[in-house]
Unconditional design. Structure first.
Ligand SMILES: O=C(O)C(=O)C[C@]1(C(=O)O)C=C[C@@H](O)C=C1
Length: 371
């Protein structure tokens, strides 16, 4: 047989598979109606095992057994997605309010005035006073306690990647993301007035800022010292009698009256950081088009693949996937996923309900307009 004949044969078989697939899905819709009426969960683990065992037996070919099991697992996953849509699409909406950035009484940022978090906060809340906390954790605590209406935290930098400490705290505190804001970061090397670059031996800054300026730091041979924040590092430089420098924003250096010894020192000329604005309660802006969730998945073969199928089949674009250790001595991780969709979309509601029902650790952590 030539290739054309082989492909014609494949096309014929695909048509048969398709028509049987459609018939199977019709039956699954019937199953969904039954489950809705009898208040049964969509996922039936025992039945799935039965289906897979039977398929493996029927395959009768060791080499293909794994493939047929994967194929029927995916078919059942698609079946569950359709069933969830039938059952949960009309589920009640989440209870939420609209964000009120202009009416916010207090907003918490980490660091001190001049920190990049403050510039990010200004983009959302305008020129006003912010409450500064020594650590990211303090910002989460202040939001949880209702001490501030909103908190501002960095999550991702275009050069250095995710801000791990923020993600670790996201797993620890209750909160909701209400907005995402992107800030152009321009790092400079700043020292006390009159200091020369040749005199400087060491430089202080936040870990992320130091890692964004690796090339400059290794070229100049400056010794790196991690500090809690770029702005607090700049303040340390101002107070110090030693010839030390800080990596901070130009705004911050100018505000403190520091000398800028070198500008634009980040490794990448375009260097941007994304910040999240968080609140204690779920707040949904009209223009929100992305949803954030955090979850753990079982340590079983194909479980990440099966999770991703849910987004793919529901036509939801995955915008971010991040994982962090859950820190219990195991090597298990917590996943943070952002995907396109509105909380009120029937398919989003169905996916969220499905994840909620079937995963041990699952939380929807807000919705925002992606930038
Ligand atoms: O038998 C059921 O209860 C079904 O919903 C059908 C089906 C399948 O597609 O075969 C789908 C989901 C269940 O977890 C088990 C099996």
């Amino acid at each position: 047989m030539d290739l054309k004949q082989l492909r014609d044969g494949i096309d014929d078989i695909d048509s048969s598979i398709l028509s049987l697939f459609m018939k199977r899905m019709e039956l699954c819709k019937g199953v969904a109606d039954f489950k809705k009426e009898h208040n049964m969960p969509v996922f039936q683990g025992g039945r799935e095992q039965e289906v897979i065992d039977r398929i493996k037996e029927l395959t009768g070919n060791k080499e293909l057994e794994k493939g047929t099991a994967a194929l029927f697992t995916t078919i059942m996953d698609i079946s569950k997605i359709l069933q969830n849509r039938t059952i949960h699409a009309a589920a009640p909406d989440y209870i939420y309010t609209s964000p009120d950035f202009a009416g916010a009484r207090t907003i918490g940022c980490q660091g001190t005035s001049g920190a990049n978090s403050e510039s990010a906060a200004r983009k959302v809340f305008g020129d006003r006073a912010f409450t500064f906390y020594p650590s990211f954790e303090d910002v989460f605590k202040a939001v949880q306690a209702g001490e501030v209406d909103y908190g501002v935290l960095p999550v991702q930098n275009s050069t250095a990647g995710s801000v791990d400490s923020t993600y670790d705290l996201m797993a620890k505190y209750p909160f909701y993301i209400v907005k995402m804001v992107t800030l152009e970061i321009n790092h400079c090397l700043a020292a006390k007035k009159g200091t020369m670059l040749e005199d400087i031996t060491c430089v202080y800054s936040h870990r992320q800022a130091l890692s964004q300026c690796e090339v400059f730091l290794s070229r100049t041979g400056l010794k790196k010292h991690e500090y809690s924040n770029t702005a607090t590092a700049a303040e340390k430089v101002l107070r110090s009698e030693e010839p030390i420098a800080a990596i901070c924003s130009v705004d911050c250096a100018e505000k403190l009256g520091l000398e800028i010894l070198a500008r634009d020192i980040a490794d990448c000329t375009i260097n941007r950081t994304q910040f999240i604005i968080i609140s204690r309660d779920l707040q949904v802006a009209n223009d929100s088009d992305s949803v954030s969730v955090m979850l753990t998945i079982p340590h079983t073969e194909g479980s990440l693949y099966r999770l991703l199928t849910k987004f793919f089949v529901n036509n939801m674009n995955l915008l971010r996937i991040e994982s962090r250790p859950i820190r219990d001595g195991s090597f298990d991780v917590m996943f943070f996923l952002d995907f396109s969709g509105k909380l009120s979309d029937p398919s989003v509601k169905a996916v969220l309900r499905d994840l909620e029902e079937n995963l041990e650790d699952f939380r929807c952590i807000g919705t925002f307009k992606s930038e």
